[in-house]
Design a protein around this ligand. Structure first.
Ligand code: SF4
Length: 375
């Protein structure tokens, strides 16, 4: 047990438990959902203009699964990729293009820059953020770490470069359980930030001693267990696929709990004719392509007529579109300095790279069979 207290503002930390001051959930107000709507002619004209500008500027587009079908299609038509945040950064690293255009949210652009400092990294909209990143300011996270010097800090990829720079490890949802199990087996106690639901899931599966930051994803937190049970009863043949940023009661109903990439694989590989999917509905574009003919159902959020803030789609992801992508490339063409370019101070980038590199090295060692994890 800790014998000390740490003087955080009462609004931020749990005053009921002074020996284990755990940050409370910050209230993050998502922006209004504004999705780009394009007619066929405008879509075709924008795509052709963007393709020409990308060629001129030696650029490649990497798009997240949660972005629009237009952006995902454009990324694939132009030799880029559609993937999760880590694979987006890895792809950008391996690709020879001098400019990476990241269609996603800010921490993804930052991760791309951390791994690719020599490249110009552009985003359609720099205001595209994430409720997890916003809920974990670097100075508050540093104070959390300082209060627990006996614990290693593990942060989710959905954090700023400055938070990654302060952390010992960065993990994605696809590898979080393995890394935490490994650290637990080595006798480490941990701090986890920022997603409380993913942290809770990882803690239950790994048995590790973890103090959890209390951030959450506005999209996944809205999924409802009772409504999901009802929908499943109407579709008994469906497999339930759940991203672990969802609440524990929703995770408990899952046939598969996994990262975006793992959920797409499940749709492809499981024999079920139907799936109920608890993650951002942007992923359906890829799932439909991966498993044509299978029925994909959205897991219920707060339900029709209720006040769910995101209704299974991320309002920050929706800020990416063909219009602002074309505008960014046009301003870059005219040499507008720093137009939607991701820039990170070198001392922060270098430190953040170390905690990301630990994860990449672990993944490589685990793949090579050099790390054995028990059940
Ligand atoms: S879906 Fe959730 S975790 Fe992903 S970017 Fe949006 S707010 Fe962040």
């Amino acid at each position: 047990m800790h014998g000390y207290t740490f003087d955080f503002p009462a609004a931020v930390f749990d005053s009921m438990n002074p020996a284990f001051p755990v940050p409370l959930k910050s209230v993050i107000q998502p922006p209004p959902m504004v999705e780009e709507v394009l007619g066929a002619d405008e879509r075709a004209a924008l795509k052709s203009r963007i393709k020409a500008l990308m060629k001129q500027q030696d650029a490649v587009l990497v798009a997240h699964y949660y972005t629009s079908a237009d952006l995902q299609d454009l990324a694939e038509e132009t030799g880029g990729c559609v993937s999760d945040s880590l694979e987006m950064a890895r792809f950008g690293h391996a690709h020879p293009a001098k400019t990476l255009i990241v269609a996603g949210v800010k921490f993804m652009g930052e991760t791309a820059k951390i791994l690719n400092p020599e490249k110009r990294v552009l985003m359609p909209d720099l205001k595209a953020d994430c409720s997890l990143d916003l809920a974990c300011p670097a100075d508050e996270f540093a104070a959390f770490c300082d209060a627990h010097p006996d614990r290693l800090s593990v942060v989710y990829a959905n954090t700023s470069a400055a938070v990654k720079a302060r952390a010992d490890w960065v993990v994605t949802s696809g590898i979080a359980v393995k890394i935490v199990k490994y650290l637990h087996s080595q006798g480490h106690k941990l701090l986890w930030a920022p997603d409380r639901h993913l942290g809770d899931y990882v803690q239950r599966v790994s048995g590790a001693d973890m103090l959890l930051w209390q951030g959450s994803c506005v999209v996944h937190e809205a999924f409802k267990a009772e409504a999901l049970k009802k929908l499943h009863a109407e579709h008994p043949a469906a497999a339930v696929l759940v991203h672990p940023e969802s609440p524990a009661a929703v995770i408990a109903l899952a046939d598969v709990v996994g990262s975006t990439t793992q959920l797409i694989e499940a749709v492809k590989n499981l024999p079920n004719p139907e799936f109920i999917v608890a993650t951002d509905n942007g992923i359906f574009h890829k799932m439909r392509a991966a498993a044509p003919g299978k029925l994909l159902l959205e897991a219920p959020t707060a339900g029709e007529g209720a006040t769910c803030q995101s209704c299974a789609h991320c309002p920050w992801m929706a800020m990416n579109g063909l219009r602002n992508l074309a505008a960014v490339l046009e301003s870059a063409e005219t040499g507008t300095p720093g137009a939607n370019e991701i820039l990170i101070e070198e001392s922060i980038r270098a430190k953040a790279l170390m905690s990301i590199q630990r994860m990449l090295d672990f993944a490589a060692a685990e793949k090579a069979g050099q790390i054995l994890l028990g059940d």
